[in-house]
Write a protein that binds this ligand. Sequence first.
Ligand SMILES: Cc1cc2nc3c(=O)[nH]c(=O)nc-3n(C[C@H](O)[C@H](O)[C@H](O)COP(=O)(O)O)c2cc1C
Length: 193
Amino acid sequence: MTSGTPLTDFALNRFSPLRFDGTHTVTPTDLSTLLDAARRAPSAGNAQPWRFVVAHRGDDHHRRLVPHLARSSAQWAPEASVLLVAISHRWVEDTDLEYSEFAHYDLGQAVAHLTFQAWAMGLAVHQFRAFDKAGITAAFGVPEHLEVTTIAAIGRPADDAANLSGAGTSRERRSVAEVTWPPAHQWKRPPGR
Ligand SMILES: Cc1cc2nc3c(=O)[nH]c(=O)nc-3n(C[C@H](O)[C@H](O)[C@H](O)COP(=O)(O)O)c2cc1C
């Protein structure tokens, strides 16, 4: 183990809130900053294979989106100031040119960059997949060459003890040893191999 530079506050303390402050509003300027962070993310061949539907709590997009949330996410996500539908490209419109195999990977990076920026602004992000994908695709007229992938709920976490339990699933992480390859016990190969 190396010692030295400690983890950033973001790496150490970021979490996906289970409760958002329903009185807090992310301003249009703040949202623009968040999307600016997202669009600056790296992507394979600089393809930038992402689009976002922005729904502010109480606006028309929000009213259109919320009925398509699954029962689980409907319990907490509508309280967030913004719901951002993250969309990736499948192919180039009106062609048979497929987008890079990294489209989902790239979109994930863009959302990660947005999440990092949000944390620096005192906001938190909870990404989720618990929604009716076909329903949202139809509700927003998302064409076939684009794919609704995830939603990011963005806002100020509620000051609520329930938030501390994270996203309702285990927040335990695999150790650094577990996430490196090859596993340490495989490093010594038997003679002759
Ligand atoms: C692609 C993706 C899909 C997710 N889907 C859901 C979901 O449907 N419902 C939910 O409550 N959380 C969802 N999450 C949040 C994860 O459960 C959460 O990030 C994980 O448990 C770790 O917790 P933490 O973000 O608080 O560290 C999703 C996260 C990602 C990146």
